[in-house]
Design a protein around this ligand. Structure first.
Ligand code: BES
Ligand code: MN
Ligand code: MN
Length: 462
Protein backbone atom coordinates (compact mmCIF):
# COMPACT_ATOMS: atom_id res chain seq x y z
CA UNK A 1 0.00 0.00 0.00
CA UNK A 2 1.20 3.48 -0.77
CA UNK A 3 1.91 5.06 2.61
CA UNK A 4 -0.76 7.39 3.96
CA UNK A 5 1.87 9.57 5.66
CA UNK A 6 2.78 11.63 2.59
CA UNK A 7 -0.87 12.23 1.66
CA UNK A 8 -1.67 13.35 5.21
CA UNK A 9 1.31 15.69 5.31
CA UNK A 10 0.21 17.27 2.05
CA UNK A 11 -3.42 17.71 3.17
CA UNK A 12 -3.15 18.24 6.89
CA UNK A 13 -4.12 21.92 6.89
CA UNK A 14 -7.28 21.11 4.99
CA UNK A 15 -7.99 18.13 7.29
CA UNK A 16 -7.73 20.45 10.28
CA UNK A 17 -9.82 23.21 8.72
CA UNK A 18 -12.59 20.80 7.79
CA UNK A 19 -12.72 19.47 11.35
CA UNK A 20 -12.80 23.03 12.69
CA UNK A 21 -15.82 23.76 10.48
CA UNK A 22 -17.86 20.82 11.82
CA UNK A 23 -16.88 21.66 15.40
CA UNK A 24 -18.61 25.03 14.98
CA UNK A 25 -22.00 23.32 14.80
CA UNK A 26 -23.55 22.96 18.29
CA UNK A 27 -25.10 19.53 17.70
CA UNK A 28 -26.19 19.02 21.31
CA UNK A 29 -28.61 16.09 21.32
CA UNK A 30 -29.70 16.55 24.94
CA UNK A 31 -31.09 20.04 24.40
CA UNK A 32 -34.02 20.44 22.02
CA UNK A 33 -33.16 24.13 21.56
CA UNK A 34 -30.35 22.87 19.31
CA UNK A 35 -32.35 20.41 17.22
CA UNK A 36 -31.85 22.52 14.10
CA UNK A 37 -28.08 22.30 14.56
CA UNK A 38 -28.18 18.55 15.15
CA UNK A 39 -30.12 18.10 11.89
CA UNK A 40 -27.75 20.45 10.07
CA UNK A 41 -24.82 18.43 11.36
CA UNK A 42 -26.31 15.24 9.88
CA UNK A 43 -26.38 16.91 6.45
CA UNK A 44 -22.77 18.00 6.79
CA UNK A 45 -21.71 14.47 7.71
CA UNK A 46 -23.52 13.11 4.65
CA UNK A 47 -21.78 15.63 2.39
CA UNK A 48 -18.40 14.77 3.89
CA UNK A 49 -18.98 11.08 3.18
CA UNK A 50 -19.87 11.89 -0.42
CA UNK A 51 -16.79 14.04 -0.80
CA UNK A 52 -14.60 11.30 0.69
CA UNK A 53 -15.75 8.85 -1.95
CA UNK A 54 -18.82 6.99 -0.71
CA UNK A 55 -20.72 5.89 -3.80
CA UNK A 56 -24.02 5.87 -1.93
CA UNK A 57 -25.18 7.91 1.05
CA UNK A 58 -28.49 8.43 2.83
CA UNK A 59 -29.91 10.34 5.73
CA UNK A 60 -32.05 7.74 7.45
CA UNK A 61 -34.90 9.32 9.36
CA UNK A 62 -35.81 7.89 12.75
CA UNK A 63 -38.16 8.88 15.55
CA UNK A 64 -35.31 10.92 16.93
CA UNK A 65 -32.28 12.31 15.15
CA UNK A 66 -31.33 10.76 11.80
CA UNK A 67 -28.63 8.21 11.20
CA UNK A 68 -26.21 9.08 8.42
CA UNK A 69 -25.42 6.07 6.28
CA UNK A 70 -22.77 5.82 3.59
CA UNK A 71 -21.12 3.00 1.72
CA UNK A 72 -18.47 2.24 -0.81
CA UNK A 73 -18.85 -1.34 -1.99
CA UNK A 74 -16.09 -2.43 -4.31
CA UNK A 75 -16.50 -6.21 -4.49
CA UNK A 76 -19.04 -8.44 -2.71
CA UNK A 77 -16.43 -11.16 -2.28
CA UNK A 78 -14.25 -8.86 -0.16
CA UNK A 79 -14.83 -8.22 3.55
CA UNK A 80 -16.92 -5.28 4.74
CA UNK A 81 -15.91 -2.89 7.53
CA UNK A 82 -18.76 -1.02 9.22
CA UNK A 83 -17.63 2.23 10.81
CA UNK A 84 -19.75 3.57 13.66
CA UNK A 85 -19.45 7.02 15.21
CA UNK A 86 -21.62 9.83 16.53
CA UNK A 87 -22.10 13.41 15.40
CA UNK A 88 -23.92 14.63 18.50
CA UNK A 89 -22.09 16.17 21.44
CA UNK A 90 -22.60 16.72 25.16
CA UNK A 91 -23.94 20.05 26.41
CA UNK A 92 -20.98 22.40 26.99
CA UNK A 93 -21.95 23.80 30.38
CA UNK A 94 -20.65 25.15 32.71
CA UNK A 95 -19.81 27.72 30.05
CA UNK A 96 -17.86 30.04 32.34
CA UNK A 97 -15.21 27.36 32.86
CA UNK A 98 -14.23 27.33 29.17
CA UNK A 99 -11.14 29.36 28.25
CA UNK A 100 -12.54 29.83 24.75
CA UNK A 101 -16.16 29.38 23.58
CA UNK A 102 -17.03 25.67 23.06
CA UNK A 103 -18.26 26.14 19.49
CA UNK A 104 -15.53 28.50 18.34
CA UNK A 105 -12.69 26.01 17.85
CA UNK A 106 -9.13 27.18 18.36
CA UNK A 107 -5.81 25.39 18.09
CA UNK A 108 -3.61 25.92 21.13
CA UNK A 109 -0.20 24.54 22.02
CA UNK A 110 0.10 22.70 25.32
CA UNK A 111 2.92 20.90 27.11
CA UNK A 112 1.40 17.58 26.11
CA UNK A 113 0.57 18.75 22.58
CA UNK A 114 3.40 21.02 21.38
CA UNK A 115 2.08 20.53 17.84
CA UNK A 116 -1.27 21.90 19.01
CA UNK A 117 -4.65 20.65 20.17
CA UNK A 118 -8.08 21.64 18.89
CA UNK A 119 -10.28 23.04 21.65
CA UNK A 120 -14.03 22.65 21.15
CA UNK A 121 -16.94 20.57 22.42
CA UNK A 122 -16.86 17.30 20.45
CA UNK A 123 -13.21 17.70 19.39
CA UNK A 124 -12.37 14.27 20.84
CA UNK A 125 -15.86 12.90 21.61
CA UNK A 126 -16.62 12.15 18.89
CA UNK A 127 -16.48 14.53 15.92
CA UNK A 128 -12.68 14.55 15.72
CA UNK A 129 -12.43 10.78 16.02
CA UNK A 130 -15.35 10.14 13.68
CA UNK A 131 -13.87 12.48 11.07
CA UNK A 132 -10.54 10.60 11.11
CA UNK A 133 -12.45 7.76 9.46
CA UNK A 134 -13.89 10.04 6.81
CA UNK A 135 -10.42 11.37 5.97
CA UNK A 136 -8.92 7.86 6.03
CA UNK A 137 -11.54 6.84 3.47
CA UNK A 138 -10.71 9.87 1.35
CA UNK A 139 -7.06 8.84 1.36
CA UNK A 140 -7.86 5.23 0.41
CA UNK A 141 -10.26 6.16 -2.38
CA UNK A 142 -8.11 8.94 -3.87
CA UNK A 143 -5.03 6.75 -3.86
CA UNK A 144 -6.94 3.66 -5.04
CA UNK A 145 -5.83 1.61 -2.05
CA UNK A 146 -9.20 0.79 -0.46
CA UNK A 147 -8.78 -2.98 -0.04
CA UNK A 148 -12.35 -3.92 0.96
CA UNK A 149 -15.93 -2.67 1.24
CA UNK A 150 -16.83 0.01 3.72
CA UNK A 151 -20.06 1.19 5.33
CA UNK A 152 -20.57 4.14 7.66
CA UNK A 153 -23.28 4.51 10.27
CA UNK A 154 -22.99 7.82 12.12
CA UNK A 155 -25.71 8.54 14.68
CA UNK A 156 -26.90 11.68 16.45
CA UNK A 157 -28.19 10.31 19.75
CA UNK A 158 -25.22 8.57 21.32
CA UNK A 159 -24.93 11.02 24.16
CA UNK A 160 -28.56 10.51 25.08
CA UNK A 161 -28.76 6.73 24.93
CA UNK A 162 -28.94 5.78 21.20
CA UNK A 163 -32.66 5.04 21.34
CA UNK A 164 -33.30 5.34 17.60
CA UNK A 165 -30.22 3.36 16.69
CA UNK A 166 -31.53 0.31 18.54
CA UNK A 167 -34.59 0.17 16.28
CA UNK A 168 -32.55 1.06 13.20
CA UNK A 169 -30.13 -1.81 13.71
CA UNK A 170 -32.94 -4.30 14.33
CA UNK A 171 -34.76 -3.17 11.16
CA UNK A 172 -31.77 -2.95 8.80
CA UNK A 173 -29.65 -6.00 9.45
CA UNK A 174 -29.10 -6.69 5.77
CA UNK A 175 -28.14 -3.15 4.93
CA UNK A 176 -25.68 -3.11 7.81
CA UNK A 177 -24.26 -6.60 7.19
CA UNK A 178 -20.54 -6.55 7.89
CA UNK A 179 -17.50 -8.59 8.86
CA UNK A 180 -16.26 -6.25 11.57
CA UNK A 181 -17.39 -3.03 13.25
CA UNK A 182 -14.77 -0.34 13.71
CA UNK A 183 -15.19 2.49 16.23
CA UNK A 184 -12.98 5.36 17.32
CA UNK A 185 -14.82 6.76 20.34
CA UNK A 186 -12.50 5.76 23.17
CA UNK A 187 -8.96 6.58 24.24
CA UNK A 188 -5.46 5.25 24.41
CA UNK A 189 -3.02 5.01 27.32
CA UNK A 190 -0.71 7.86 26.33
CA UNK A 191 0.31 9.80 23.24
CA UNK A 192 3.18 7.47 22.44
CA UNK A 193 1.73 4.35 24.05
CA UNK A 194 -0.96 2.93 21.81
CA UNK A 195 -3.65 0.69 23.24
CA UNK A 196 -6.69 -1.06 21.88
CA UNK A 197 -9.76 -0.70 24.03
CA UNK A 198 -10.53 -4.28 24.93
CA UNK A 199 -13.71 -3.69 26.87
CA UNK A 200 -16.36 -1.19 27.90
CA UNK A 201 -18.54 -0.99 30.96
CA UNK A 202 -22.31 -1.27 30.89
CA UNK A 203 -24.57 1.34 32.38
CA UNK A 204 -27.79 1.79 34.27
CA UNK A 205 -28.91 5.39 34.66
CA UNK A 206 -31.82 6.29 36.91
CA UNK A 207 -33.42 9.36 38.39
CA UNK A 208 -34.86 9.33 41.90
CA UNK A 209 -37.44 11.60 43.44
CA UNK A 210 -38.12 11.80 47.16
CA UNK A 211 -41.32 13.54 48.26
CA UNK A 212 -42.04 14.61 51.81
CA UNK A 213 -44.80 17.09 52.73
CA UNK A 214 -47.18 18.23 50.01
CA UNK A 215 -45.63 21.72 49.84
CA UNK A 216 -42.51 23.65 50.82
CA UNK A 217 -42.70 24.54 54.51
CA UNK A 218 -41.26 27.12 56.89
CA UNK A 219 -38.22 25.38 58.35
CA UNK A 220 -38.74 27.00 61.72
CA UNK A 221 -42.38 26.06 62.09
CA UNK A 222 -42.06 22.52 60.71
CA UNK A 223 -38.33 21.75 60.91
CA UNK A 224 -37.64 18.72 63.11
CA UNK A 225 -41.22 17.52 62.99
CA UNK A 226 -41.49 16.20 59.42
CA UNK A 227 -39.05 14.40 57.14
CA UNK A 228 -36.91 16.75 55.09
CA UNK A 229 -36.64 15.01 51.68
CA UNK A 230 -33.13 16.37 51.07
CA UNK A 231 -31.85 15.14 54.44
CA UNK A 232 -33.48 11.79 53.79
CA UNK A 233 -32.16 11.51 50.23
CA UNK A 234 -28.63 12.34 51.40
CA UNK A 235 -28.83 9.60 54.02
CA UNK A 236 -30.24 7.08 51.55
CA UNK A 237 -27.51 7.85 49.03
CA UNK A 238 -24.80 7.65 51.68
CA UNK A 239 -26.02 4.20 52.68
CA UNK A 240 -25.50 2.85 49.14
CA UNK A 241 -21.79 2.34 49.91
CA UNK A 242 -20.35 0.67 53.01
CA UNK A 243 -17.16 1.64 54.85
CA UNK A 244 -15.08 -0.23 52.27
CA UNK A 245 -16.84 1.51 49.41
CA UNK A 246 -18.61 -1.63 48.34
CA UNK A 247 -22.08 -1.09 46.97
CA UNK A 248 -24.73 -2.27 49.44
CA UNK A 249 -27.56 -3.12 47.03
CA UNK A 250 -28.37 -6.79 47.69
CA UNK A 251 -27.42 -8.96 44.71
CA UNK A 252 -25.48 -6.16 43.00
CA UNK A 253 -22.24 -8.15 42.74
CA UNK A 254 -23.82 -11.58 42.14
CA UNK A 255 -22.95 -11.77 38.43
CA UNK A 256 -19.77 -9.70 38.39
CA UNK A 257 -17.05 -11.47 36.44
CA UNK A 258 -13.99 -11.63 38.66
CA UNK A 259 -10.65 -11.47 36.91
CA UNK A 260 -8.04 -14.14 37.56
CA UNK A 261 -4.81 -13.32 39.39
CA UNK A 262 -2.99 -13.56 36.07
CA UNK A 263 -5.39 -11.18 34.33
CA UNK A 264 -5.03 -8.67 37.14
CA UNK A 265 -1.25 -8.97 37.01
CA UNK A 266 -1.33 -8.35 33.25
CA UNK A 267 -3.47 -5.26 33.81
CA UNK A 268 -1.01 -3.93 36.35
CA UNK A 269 1.72 -4.06 33.70
CA UNK A 270 0.17 -1.18 31.80
CA UNK A 271 2.11 2.02 32.35
CA UNK A 272 0.42 4.14 35.01
CA UNK A 273 1.75 6.66 37.48
CA UNK A 274 -0.47 7.32 40.46
CA UNK A 275 1.38 10.52 41.39
CA UNK A 276 0.82 11.99 37.92
CA UNK A 277 -2.79 10.91 38.13
CA UNK A 278 -3.35 12.71 41.43
CA UNK A 279 -1.46 15.78 40.28
CA UNK A 280 -3.52 16.07 37.08
CA UNK A 281 -6.71 16.09 39.16
CA UNK A 282 -5.32 18.13 42.04
CA UNK A 283 -6.34 15.55 44.63
CA UNK A 284 -4.36 14.42 47.65
CA UNK A 285 -5.49 10.84 47.56
CA UNK A 286 -7.47 8.49 45.36
CA UNK A 287 -10.68 6.98 46.68
CA UNK A 288 -12.60 3.83 45.93
CA UNK A 289 -13.46 0.23 46.54
CA UNK A 290 -11.16 -1.50 49.01
CA UNK A 291 -9.01 -4.27 47.58
CA UNK A 292 -8.68 -2.88 44.06
CA UNK A 293 -6.21 -0.62 42.30
CA UNK A 294 -7.18 2.65 40.64
CA UNK A 295 -7.10 1.10 37.19
CA UNK A 296 -9.23 -1.80 38.36
CA UNK A 297 -11.70 0.51 40.08
CA UNK A 298 -12.28 2.44 36.89
CA UNK A 299 -12.55 -0.45 34.47
CA UNK A 300 -13.23 -3.98 35.73
CA UNK A 301 -15.27 -3.05 38.82
CA UNK A 302 -18.85 -1.80 38.90
CA UNK A 303 -19.58 1.57 40.47
CA UNK A 304 -22.46 3.77 41.62
CA UNK A 305 -22.28 7.54 41.38
CA UNK A 306 -24.56 10.50 41.89
CA UNK A 307 -24.32 12.72 38.81
CA UNK A 308 -26.49 15.50 40.11
CA UNK A 309 -28.60 16.28 43.16
CA UNK A 310 -31.05 19.10 43.67
CA UNK A 311 -34.03 20.40 45.53
CA UNK A 312 -35.02 23.23 47.85
CA UNK A 313 -33.57 26.68 47.67
CA UNK A 314 -30.33 27.16 45.73
CA UNK A 315 -30.67 30.82 44.74
CA UNK A 316 -28.86 33.83 46.13
CA UNK A 317 -28.85 34.48 49.85
CA UNK A 318 -30.67 32.36 52.40
CA UNK A 319 -34.24 31.15 52.43
CA UNK A 320 -35.50 29.06 55.31
CA UNK A 321 -37.45 26.21 53.84
CA UNK A 322 -38.16 22.52 54.15
CA UNK A 323 -38.60 21.46 50.56
CA UNK A 324 -41.35 19.17 49.45
CA UNK A 325 -39.11 17.29 47.03
CA UNK A 326 -35.52 16.20 46.46
CA UNK A 327 -34.00 14.65 43.35
CA UNK A 328 -30.86 12.90 42.20
CA UNK A 329 -29.53 11.38 39.00
CA UNK A 330 -27.63 8.18 39.68
CA UNK A 331 -25.55 6.08 37.31
CA UNK A 332 -24.17 2.62 37.82
CA UNK A 333 -21.29 1.44 35.65
CA UNK A 334 -21.54 -2.28 35.12
CA UNK A 335 -19.13 -4.99 34.13
CA UNK A 336 -19.62 -8.28 32.29
CA UNK A 337 -21.97 -10.24 33.06
CA UNK A 338 -24.16 -7.82 35.00
CA UNK A 339 -27.44 -7.28 33.19
CA UNK A 340 -28.49 -3.66 33.20
CA UNK A 341 -32.24 -4.40 33.39
CA UNK A 342 -31.66 -6.66 36.36
CA UNK A 343 -29.45 -4.09 38.10
CA UNK A 344 -32.03 -1.36 37.47
CA UNK A 345 -34.65 -3.58 39.16
CA UNK A 346 -32.34 -4.38 42.08
CA UNK A 347 -31.62 -0.69 42.57
CA UNK A 348 -35.29 0.25 42.44
CA UNK A 349 -36.38 -2.41 44.93
CA UNK A 350 -33.56 -1.55 47.32
CA UNK A 351 -34.02 2.20 47.11
CA UNK A 352 -37.72 1.88 47.81
CA UNK A 353 -37.03 -0.46 50.71
CA UNK A 354 -34.64 1.92 52.50
CA UNK A 355 -36.97 4.91 52.36
CA UNK A 356 -38.21 5.85 55.84
CA UNK A 357 -41.93 6.30 56.48
CA UNK A 358 -42.78 9.93 55.96
CA UNK A 359 -41.43 10.17 52.43
CA UNK A 360 -42.44 8.64 49.12
CA UNK A 361 -39.83 7.50 46.61
CA UNK A 362 -40.07 7.29 42.84
CA UNK A 363 -37.34 5.72 40.69
CA UNK A 364 -37.39 6.41 36.95
CA UNK A 365 -34.94 4.53 34.71
CA UNK A 366 -33.35 6.70 32.00
CA UNK A 367 -31.29 4.39 29.83
CA UNK A 368 -28.65 1.76 30.00
CA UNK A 369 -26.73 -0.91 28.21
CA UNK A 370 -24.56 -3.95 28.58
CA UNK A 371 -20.79 -3.99 28.90
CA UNK A 372 -18.53 -5.49 26.27
CA UNK A 373 -15.26 -7.39 26.08
CA UNK A 374 -13.36 -7.64 22.78
CA UNK A 375 -11.99 -11.10 22.06
CA UNK A 376 -8.25 -10.57 21.50
CA UNK A 377 -7.95 -13.68 19.34
CA UNK A 378 -10.31 -12.14 16.76
CA UNK A 379 -8.69 -11.18 13.42
CA UNK A 380 -10.10 -7.69 13.84
CA UNK A 381 -8.12 -7.30 17.04
CA UNK A 382 -5.02 -8.71 15.33
CA UNK A 383 -5.44 -6.27 12.44
CA UNK A 384 -5.72 -3.36 14.85
CA UNK A 385 -2.64 -4.58 16.70
CA UNK A 386 -0.65 -4.67 13.46
CA UNK A 387 -1.94 -1.28 12.35
CA UNK A 388 -0.85 0.42 15.59
CA UNK A 389 2.48 -1.39 15.48
CA UNK A 390 3.07 -0.05 11.97
CA UNK A 391 2.37 3.59 12.76
CA UNK A 392 3.53 3.83 16.40
CA UNK A 393 6.49 1.48 16.19
CA UNK A 394 5.29 -0.50 19.21
CA UNK A 395 2.51 -2.96 19.74
CA UNK A 396 -0.59 -1.71 21.52
CA UNK A 397 -1.61 -2.72 25.03
CA UNK A 398 -5.14 -4.12 25.45
CA UNK A 399 -6.98 -1.89 27.90
CA UNK A 400 -10.41 -2.28 29.49
CA UNK A 401 -12.06 1.11 29.51
CA UNK A 402 -14.41 2.42 32.16
CA UNK A 403 -16.64 4.28 29.72
CA UNK A 404 -19.73 2.94 28.01
CA UNK A 405 -20.90 2.67 24.42
CA UNK A 406 -24.05 0.63 25.01
CA UNK A 407 -24.78 -0.10 21.35
CA UNK A 408 -21.62 -2.18 21.03
CA UNK A 409 -23.21 -5.08 22.93
CA UNK A 410 -26.33 -4.63 20.83
CA UNK A 411 -24.31 -4.93 17.59
CA UNK A 412 -23.07 -8.29 18.77
CA UNK A 413 -26.53 -9.43 19.81
CA UNK A 414 -28.36 -8.28 16.69
CA UNK A 415 -25.75 -8.60 13.92
CA UNK A 416 -23.43 -11.17 15.45
CA UNK A 417 -20.59 -8.72 14.79
CA UNK A 418 -17.50 -8.10 16.86
CA UNK A 419 -16.42 -4.53 17.45
CA UNK A 420 -12.88 -3.20 17.39
CA UNK A 421 -12.40 -0.06 19.44
CA UNK A 422 -9.51 1.92 17.99
CA UNK A 423 -9.54 5.03 20.15
CA UNK A 424 -7.08 7.87 19.67
CA UNK A 425 -8.25 10.14 22.49
CA UNK A 426 -6.47 10.71 25.79
CA UNK A 427 -7.94 10.81 29.30
CA UNK A 428 -6.67 14.39 29.46
CA UNK A 429 -8.86 15.40 26.49
CA UNK A 430 -11.52 16.57 28.97
CA UNK A 431 -14.43 14.93 27.16
CA UNK A 432 -17.80 15.94 28.67
CA UNK A 433 -15.87 18.66 30.58
CA UNK A 434 -15.01 22.29 29.93
CA UNK A 435 -12.08 22.82 27.52
CA UNK A 436 -12.48 19.53 25.67
CA UNK A 437 -9.68 19.16 23.15
CA UNK A 438 -8.08 16.70 20.78
CA UNK A 439 -4.38 16.63 19.94
CA UNK A 440 -3.59 17.50 16.35
CA UNK A 441 -1.01 14.71 16.51
CA UNK A 442 -3.65 12.24 17.74
CA UNK A 443 -6.01 13.26 14.94
CA UNK A 444 -3.41 12.84 12.20
CA UNK A 445 -2.06 9.60 13.70
CA UNK A 446 -5.59 8.22 13.66
CA UNK A 447 -6.01 9.06 9.99
CA UNK A 448 -2.70 7.36 9.31
CA UNK A 449 -3.41 4.21 11.33
CA UNK A 450 -6.95 3.47 10.09
CA UNK A 451 -6.01 2.54 6.47
CA UNK A 452 -3.57 -0.05 7.82
CA UNK A 453 -6.42 -1.62 9.76
CA UNK A 454 -8.33 -2.04 6.49
CA UNK A 455 -5.29 -3.51 4.79
CA UNK A 456 -4.42 -6.01 7.54
CA UNK A 457 -8.03 -6.96 8.17
CA UNK A 458 -8.51 -7.75 4.49
CA UNK A 459 -5.29 -9.78 4.40
CA UNK A 460 -6.15 -11.71 7.56
CA UNK A 461 -9.65 -12.44 6.23
CA UNK A 462 -8.30 -14.41 3.28
N1 BES B 1 -17.20 8.13 23.78
C1 BES B 1 -17.88 8.02 25.03
C2 BES B 1 -17.56 6.75 25.78
C3 BES B 1 -16.11 6.49 26.13
C4 BES B 1 -15.20 7.52 26.27
C5 BES B 1 -15.72 5.21 26.32
C6 BES B 1 -13.88 7.24 26.58
C7 BES B 1 -14.43 4.92 26.65
C8 BES B 1 -13.49 5.95 26.77
C9 BES B 1 -19.38 8.13 24.79
O1 BES B 1 -19.69 9.20 23.95
C10 BES B 1 -20.06 8.40 26.08
O2 BES B 1 -19.90 9.47 26.60
N2 BES B 1 -20.84 7.45 26.60
C11 BES B 1 -21.60 7.66 27.77
C12 BES B 1 -22.75 6.73 27.84
C13 BES B 1 -23.92 7.14 26.98
C14 BES B 1 -25.01 6.10 27.06
C15 BES B 1 -24.44 8.49 27.36
C16 BES B 1 -20.75 7.43 28.98
O3 BES B 1 -19.84 6.59 28.99
O4 BES B 1 -21.03 8.11 29.98
MN1 MN C 1 -18.48 9.27 22.31
MN1 MN D 1 -19.62 11.08 25.18
Amino acid sequence: MQEPKAYIEENKDRFLNELIEILKIPSISADSAFSHDVLHMAEIVEKSLQAAGCSHTEICETEGYPIVYGEHMIDPSLPTVLVYGHYDVQPPDPLDLWDSPPFEPVIKQTNLHPEGAIYARGASDDKGQMYMHVKALEYMVNNKVLPCNVKFMIEGEEEVGSNSLVTFVKDHKEKLANDIILISDTGMIAKDIPSVTAGLRGLSYVEVEVTGPNRDLHSGLYGGAVANPINVLAKMIASLHDENNHITIPGFYDKVQELSKEERAAMAEAPFNIEDYKRALDIEEVYGEKGYTTNERNSIRPTLDVNGIWGGYTGEGAKTVIPSKAYAKISMRLVPDQDWHEITDLFTAHFESIAPKGVRVKVTPHHGGQGYVTPVENIGYKAAEKAYTTTFGRSPIPERSGGSIPIVALFEEEMDSKTILMGFGLDSDAIHSPNEHFGVGNYLKGIETIPYFYQYFTELSK
